[in-house]
Design a protein around this ligand. Structure first.
Ligand SMILES: Cc1cc2nc3c(=O)[nH]c(=O)nc-3n(C[C@H](O)[C@H](O)[C@H](O)COP(=O)(O)OP(=O)(O)OC[C@H]3O[C@@H](n4cnc5c(N)ncnc54)[C@H](O)[C@@H]3O)c2cc1C
Length: 489
């Protein structure tokens, strides 16, 4: 006993003790997976679980003949169908009251890889991860995808997703050919010269114009990049980005804005991926790393106040540590996602994304400073993370969020689930949307629809022709979902 007391007085012993306890705490951080999907007490939900609904049945799709029969029958009998990929959308886009849900996850074959032509043909239920695993050994990589690889091809094309690439334009432009199943049960092969304009409505069409069966995507080299990182002031970002866009040596870029009280919306970290002209065929795809430590840091940040300042500093250390490192294109397109899981009972963490024209960025940030609390420690509505991506002008889809070259601000927001807490979150998001609209911006549609119908109409002025085409191409409303009901009915 005496011996232990003696040891406890030694600084090195205390150091070891603190270290061991820290490891123990970090090791015990639960890496729970959020529960969502079709089996929640007989109700369907999607990623946030905010819109539970009873559905008729789920069909696990495995072949196109079976799919064609289901759609033809629904068209005849007046039944409703929704299409689900990995259900990361958050506004009921993948199901409908008493409807049939097509679970596309089993429809995931890689049909063909042509190394010379740099293309891959893949069934729509495959995830980006499946495609990356198939094309990496050929030294090839995707042209456009989200920063994570956890989504399906069909789901991503139906929202026309975007990520870190700044050179290949919207995701829709990377589609060379596509096979689709229309609402009347016809199978159509679509090329880029699609005179009937099915492509315009299927890509970015939120599963409302038919099922994407397979897609031929253009690929590029799995190049090796060097990462360059820097801390800058928000007011310098616009000119920084223009320099990035002019510098053809930079292939990918994103940025992070401080939401910590001490530097609120004043500081940013920028991350660029510079070309090395080296193609990679040997580096394997990276697995999720450092999940517990990242989750621990994010959970601290989620508490707000000084802890959020600390989290911003921790990010600085991380971002400094990757400066100068090399990474393959495929690995830059598969960032960690598990550490983001938020499973606190009675609360939810949702995504929202606002787009604003590149040259309005600085004024927009000034307006946001007036709207949002600098320190949200004691607030119910908490903003935890804002990343910035570049979204090039989209001329291909019928509901484009990028009517010109835009910056997308991806926001992670936490709020309570009591009626008045949801109502407050709605008010905040609607105010945020109003500010965005004042600057000629839009908001992203795959997320929970806090916005009003009027805000939707102003953001997407083409909604009328979208609705008209829907009535013409799907007169019996075979393909519907809660998103369609909310905005188009
Ligand atoms: C953590 C997280 C990070 C995200 N990051 C990004 C990002 O960086 N960039 C970005 O743009 N978005 C991002 N998103 C949004 C995400 O890209 C979309 O929600 C995408 O649709 C998810 O793919 P999914 O397979 O989960 O699609 P689902 O949610 O299953 O479906 C989305 C839509 O596609 C339709 N659909 C699905 N499969 C088909 C098919 N085969 N044929 C026709 N329609 C179909 C559905 O009906 C639905 O309307 C993110 C979402 C989350 C949760």
């Amino acid at each position: 006993m005496k011996g232990i007391t003696k040891f406890m007085k030694k600084p090195w012993f205390l150091g070891i003790l603190v270290f061991a306890m820290a490891i123990l705490v970090i090791w015990n951080i639960p890496i729970e997976k959020r529960k969502y999907g079709f089996s929640q007490s007989g109700l369907a939900t999607d990623y946030t679980g905010l819109l539970p609904e009873r559905i008729e049945k789920v069909v696990n799709v495995h072949n196109r003949n079976e799919l064609q029969r289901i759609v033809q029958e629904a068209n005849k009998k007046g039944k409703h169908i929704s299409i689900a990929g990995l259900q990361h959308s958050q506004g009921g886009h993948t199901y409908y009251k008493d409807g049939i849900v097509l679970d596309m996850r089993g429809f995931n074959r890689i049909v063909e890889i042509n190394k010379q032509a740099k293309i891959v043909r893949v069934e729509s239920g495959a995830s980006w991860e499946d495609v990356q695993e198939a094309v990496t050994p050929y030294g090839l990589a995707l042209q456009v995808t989200q920063s994570q690889s956890i989504f399906t091809i069909g789901g991503s094309l139906s929202v026309n997703a975007h990520g870190r690439d700044i050179r290949f334009g919207p995701m829709a432009e990377t589609v060379r050919e596509m096979t689709v199943l229309t609402p009347t049960g016809e199978i159509k092969q679509l090329t880029r010269d699609d005179t009937e304009e099915w492509t315009t409505y299927i890509l970015g069409g939120y599963g409302l114009f038919g099922v994407i069966l397979d897609v031929t995507l253009n690929l590029t080299e799995n190049e090796v990049y060097t990462i360059h990182t820097k801390k800058i002031e928000t007011e310098k970002y616009e000119s920084y980005l223009h320099r990035v866009l002019e510098n053809q040596n930079i292939a990918m870029h994103y940025a992070r804005i401080s939401v910590a009280p001490g530097t609120f919306l004043d500081e940013m970290y920028v991350i660029d991926y510079n070309k090395t002209k080296k193609q990679d065929k040997t580096t394997s795809l990276k697995e999720e790393e450092g999940v517990r430590v990242s989750k621990f840091a994010l959970d601290l940040g989620r508490k707000g106040g000084k802890l959020e300042d600390l989290f911003w500093e921790a990010q600085r250390l991380y971002i400094n540590s990757i400066d100068g490192k090399t990474i393959t294109r495929n690995n830059a397109m598969r960032s960690e996602s598990t550490f983001m899981e938020f499973t606190t009972p009675g609360r939810v963490e949702v995504l929202q994304e606002f787009f604003i024209p590149v040259d309005s960025y600085e004024e927009y940030m000034q307006s946001l400073k007036d709207l949002l609390p600098h320190n949200d420690q004691d607030e119910d509505f908490k903003v935890h993370n804002i990343t910035v991506r570049y979204a090039a002008k989209d001329n291909m889809t019928s509901l484009p969020y990028a009517k010109e070259d835009m910056l997308g601000l991806v926001i992670l927001v936490q709020h309570g689930l009591k009626e008045k807490e949801i109502a407050h979150a709605k008010t905040m998001i609607q105010k945020w949307t109003d500010v965005t609209l004042q600057y000629g911006g839009t908001y992203y549609l795959p997320y929970y629809p806090y916005q009003t119908k009027e805000q939707f109409k102003e953001s997407y002025p083409n909604w009328k022709s979208f609705k008209k085409q829907k009535a013409e191409r799907d007169p019996n409303e075979v393909f519907v979902n809660l998103f369609y009901d909310h905005y188009m009915k």
